[in-house]
Design a protein around this ligand. Sequence first.
Ligand SMILES: C[S@@+](CC[C@H](N)C(=O)[O-])C[C@H]1O[C@@H](n2cnc3c(N)ncnc32)[C@H](O)[C@@H]1O
Length: 269
Amino acid sequence: MADQERWQVSDSTAELYELHVASWFAKWATDLVERAGIKTGSTVLDLGCGTGVVSRALGPVVGAAGAITASDLNESMLAEAERLGIESAPIQWRRADAESLPFATDEFDALLCQQALQFVPNKGAAVSEMRRVVRPGGIAAVSVWSRLEENPYVAALANGLAAHLSEPAGEVMRAPMGFGERSKLEEVFTGAGFVSVEVEPVVITRSPINAIEAIDGNLRALPIAERIGAMHPDAYNAMIDQIADELSDYITDGTLTMPSTSLVAIAMA
Ligand SMILES: C[S@@+](CC[C@H](N)C(=O)[O-])C[C@H]1O[C@@H](n2cnc3c(N)ncnc32)[C@H](O)[C@@H]1O
């Protein structure tokens, strides 16, 4: 897989990710912590932590008696997460590939993984590793994007990139939706030996935001941010206009109010 397919970003893009994407995903993070039933004092792994939005939701829940390990493949994401930090719970940061985790068997009471499994080439290996590091009776709560048809915002970004930058650029946006099928999640979690698996769609509506700022921010936080930044301003502006036109049903007086759909698997080890 190319770096962009694994959502690998540079230091500056990690900062933009925090500003424009993690802020959007924060409601999903709170929801994931609730669905996983995390308790005070729990030991939890935040896998594919990015800039730490899930760890920040976890902190006040596990509290000082708990412990969080936040882990990601990407050094820039991890550095930004560490820079932002959390105060409410002990936390350690660890670079790791989800396919081969440097953690002991049964080390965690729970594992949370938000919007990262879709980027891992060998999903069976990653979910087997999740099963190994979560103690029997513990929970893995994992979210991925649902299908493109259920995510018109992402579809509009992909269409704009394909029309004004390149077809492969559009594919960078579409590819993360490719794992958004209930049956695929059920199969991989059951195959890895989790004893119960429930998969549900979760819709969040992003807090209303200036439409052009949202579209511009999300494009500039992509793993292909450098190529987007090098576009001619006329082509870039035409791309923004096309995306905003496609989203006109969700824009009122310049403000975007946009639902997004993920699939969440809650699996018991
Ligand atoms: C879209 S971000 C999600 C980050 C964070 N969980 C959030 O909700 O904002 C995807 C993350 O998955 C990470 N990732 C991709 N492949 C990975 C792998 N094989 N092992 C661990 N993390 C991986 C990327 O580095 C990136 O930080």
